[in-house]
Design a protein around this ligand. Sequence first.
Ligand SMILES: [Zn+2]
Length: 316
Amino acid sequence: MQFREATPEERKIYYNEEWGGKRDLPDYVLHSLSMREFGFDHDGSGPNDRKNQFLTVDQLESYLRTKAPYSAYVSVAQYEEPSLMKGWLRAELAFDVDAKDLPAKRCCGQGQVCESCLEEARRVICMIGDVLRSDLGLRELRYSYSGRGFHLRVLDEAVQRLGSTARNEIVSYVVGCVLPADLSLALGYPRVFRSYAARILGRLDERTLQAEGIRRAAKILEHRDKIISSLESGRVEGLRELEGIGEQTLQSLLEVLRKLNSEQEDGRVTVDVRRILRLPSSLHSGVSMKCVEIRDIERFTLDQAVPKFVGERVGG
Ligand SMILES: [Zn+2]
């Protein structure tokens, strides 16, 4: 897949010939459209045009078809006065996994995106969704493709009025950002921590471990499979029987895994109750991909997000 910038003409074609207006907008945006803040990037310099309000979906449709912006965003929050960002009422709990920032990448380098790290990002957002469902009992999860990764919005009433501190605690839990007091517990938070840590350890190389300050990196990689299976199974006493890996090395490894866990998701997005995120169905002009709403995240593949103007060009 080739990711390249869309031209202004292609943006026009997209919004006028392909984008389906209200048919393509998610229900949760349609139902509260007039209480949302919309943001736009008109030239690729970032979403500088904020505090836009649309009273009807027809207004939003005609705006997008006329202006064909470089990027379009919608708030996670609802306000009494969205054009002033005043009278905050509620906000979805949002998670943002960006493929270009994933830790321990071995495909295309930091700051870049390829199909392989997008697939990694998809798996991480699936894991986050699983924890939200299994451990926190949340049900209303909505996924979208963001162009460079994935967004997950939680719509359950139980989270909509939470402030930043509570949201920060949730993200710490669901991404495994703190070392558990008892690593061996079969359920609950220790299991969450271990599953992310095992996943990341499987992707680390010697250079990365050394750069993180681990001196016995080669030993750790020698025992990697055993460490991963101890983490996955929760039989962590096995970690203390590895030849050449002392308690100190083990503790520094766990600390490195904790730190890398926390880099999987952009916590700044989750705690920000006034954040704007890419509008599902809008065009990501930087990579010429559609920020589609995803009905089945387990089965999502990138070809579902290729706009026609790219497909036609590639197909000749
Ligand atoms: Zn990559």
